[in-house]
Design a protein around this ligand. Structure first.
Ligand SMILES: [Zn+2]
Length: 171
């Protein structure tokens, strides 16, 4: 619950967290679905787990599960919020968001419109999403191409009522 933070992240174990700020920033349901697809891919492909394992080592993470080390827990949670994924991880997560969404009723390229919005917003006030995710340059094009090659539906839901009601229900 932080209306000022434009971010989302995937934690080991398949948990995905989206800040209320990001939900309020996304104008359409399909934008949100695109971000969800992207974060699901990070979780599904175990990008977060790999990053944390690289940073702390398996032994340390196991001791976290078994012990009561509050300081270690705080450190690992802090790292989770600041995880920086490689360009390859990001491209893969973008690609898989299209693959997942292609089978659903939602627009397959919702992640592209999200990145387009970040680009349109300009660099004067870079959203936090970009501090943990590399620059959106070329990603919009790659996502749209993936959707086109797979012949996915890219039409956004024209009925914005339910999405707006959800946004307005947030604190
Ligand atoms: Zn990402």
């Amino acid at each position: 619950d932080d209306p000022e933070t434009l971010n989302a992240f995937a934690a080991p174990g398949g948990y995905i967290f989206v800040y209320t700020g990001l939900i309020k920033f996304l104008e359409e349901k399909d934008d949100f679905v695109g971000v969800m697809g992207h974060e699901m891919a990070h979780a599904d492909l175990r990008h977060s787990t790999q990053q944390l394992t690289q940073q702390y080592g398996v032994a340390t993470l196991l001791s976290l599960l078994l012990g009561q080390d509050q300081e270690l827990l705080t450190n690992v949670l802090g790292s989770l919020l600041g995880l920086k994924f490689s360009r390859d991880d990001e491209s893969q997560a973008d690609q898989f968001s299209v693959i997942y969404l292609c089978e659903t009723e939602y627009a397959a390229n919702g992640a592209a419109s999200f990145f387009q919005k970040l680009i349109d917003q300009g660099s004067a006030n870079p959203p936090q999403f970009l501090s943990t995710h590399p620059n959106p340059d070329n990603r919009v094009e790659a996502i749209n191409m993936e959707a086109e090659e797979r012949m996915c539906d890219t039409a956004f839901d024209s009925d914005a009522q339910a999405w707006m009601a959800f946004q307005n229900s947030l604190p």
